[in-house]
Design a protein around this ligand. Structure first.
Ligand code: AN0
Ligand code: CP
Length: 317
């Protein structure tokens, strides 16, 4: 595998889940594969899970790991070509990226949507420069439009906990005080659409996602109706995508918070969230602490999704 940024890059998702469960059963089975290979993780944004789980996955495979937090100690990077660099940015990505590539065998990149320019975000301008100029296999650790390592871990988790061949999975928007990217919901939709689950999306009017990700998923504006009979409730906030509202917070209505009352509408559903989560905005304390909350096993599966991706990349070096 030379690139992992979308669901297409993983190939057959049944094979991918099978491989993930094999690795989970023996996560050190390939501990020699990464000998003398170096992973570079480049963060333009904060992270707890991605940072730790991806590093752990690389260590399981015997790799060396280096981490660069671009905003803490590195030179400020210019991203546009043709700019007269007389401002505060000391270095251009066009040099920085091939230099980074020269120190490693595989690169992971985290670069969130910046909400300054919708086209630049949705063209994945930062991630694509890494793909073009690093000379190395590149994987997304959440880019502007997708978070595939998260969605893969979510899929593994649903496969582990489902009790029906075709579970009903409901992704619900929930309130949050700040503008968050659409990467997690876009990506989750893209991965769910690759399964045969009954997949429903619910959100307030104005929070429609890019149809390139939601595809044929059922959109239900009435959250209570959407939750009826759900087997999995996947909560997430995102800022508006459509038109001039791109990147805006249109609502913080706590009617949409996932509470015990809301969970009663479901078929004793499991609760999922990628974390970090704001309690009593997205989800109530009792729901996230309940026996049906999968947030911790879901986060633990991030090590597994990362290990599958790194293993496949190492095998194709
Ligand atoms: C990020 C987001 O919503 O995309 C990362 C989630 C994995 N969340 C925050 O910035 C709080
Ligand atoms: N879920 C997730 O990617 O978490 P971090 O932002 O902490 O990496």
């Amino acid at each position: 595998m030379k690139k992992f940024t979308t669901v297409q890059d993983i190939g057959d998702i049944r094979d991918a889940v099978r491989e993930a469960l094999e690795i989970k059963a023996d996560r050190f089975a390939y501990s020699g594969l990464g000998h003398n290979r170096t992973l570079l993780m480049v963060f333009f944004n904060s992270s707890l899970r991605t940072r730790l789980s991806t590093q752990k996955a690389a260590l399981n495979l015997g790799m060396n790991v280096i981490v660069l937090d671009v905003n803490q100690g590195a030179w400020k990077l210019e991203t546009e070509r043709g700019v007269i660099m007389d401002g505060d940015k000391a270095e251009h990505m066009l040099e920085a990226i091939p230099v980074m590539g020269s120190y490693c065998d595989i690169i992971g990149v985290r670069s969130f949507a910046r909400f300054e320019n919708k086209e630049a975000d949705y063209n994945e301008e930062i991630l694509n420069q890494f793909i073009k100029y690093s000379g190395r296999p590149v994987f997304s650790m959440e880019a502007a439009t997708r978070h595939p390592l998260q969605s893969f871990a979510d899929l593994i988790t649903i496969e582990e906990y489902k009790t029906k061949a075709r579970p009903k999975v409901v992704m619900t928007w929930a309130p949050h005080p700040r503008a968050l990217p659409q990467a997690v919901p876009n990506s989750f939709a893209e991965w769910m659409n690759a399964t045969d689950y009954d997949f429903v999306i619910t959100h307030p009017h104005g929070y429609e996602l890019d149809p390139r990700f939601t595809g044929n998923a059922h959109i239900e504006y009435n959250q209570d109706k959407a939750l009826e009979g759900a087997d999995f409730v996947y909560a997430k906030n995102w800022a508006a995508y459509t038109g001039d509202n791109y990147g805006k917070v249109l609502s913080t209505d706590r009617f949409w918070t996932v509470t015990a009352e809301k969970m009663k509408l479901t078929d004793n559903a499991f609760f999922m969230h990628c974390l970090p989560v704001r309690r009593n905005m997205i989800v109530s304390d009792d729901v996230i602490e309940s026996k049906r909350s999968l947030v911790i096993p879901e986060a633990a599966n991030r090590e597994i999704s990362a290990e599958v991706v790194l293993k496949r990349m190492l095998q194709s070096l």
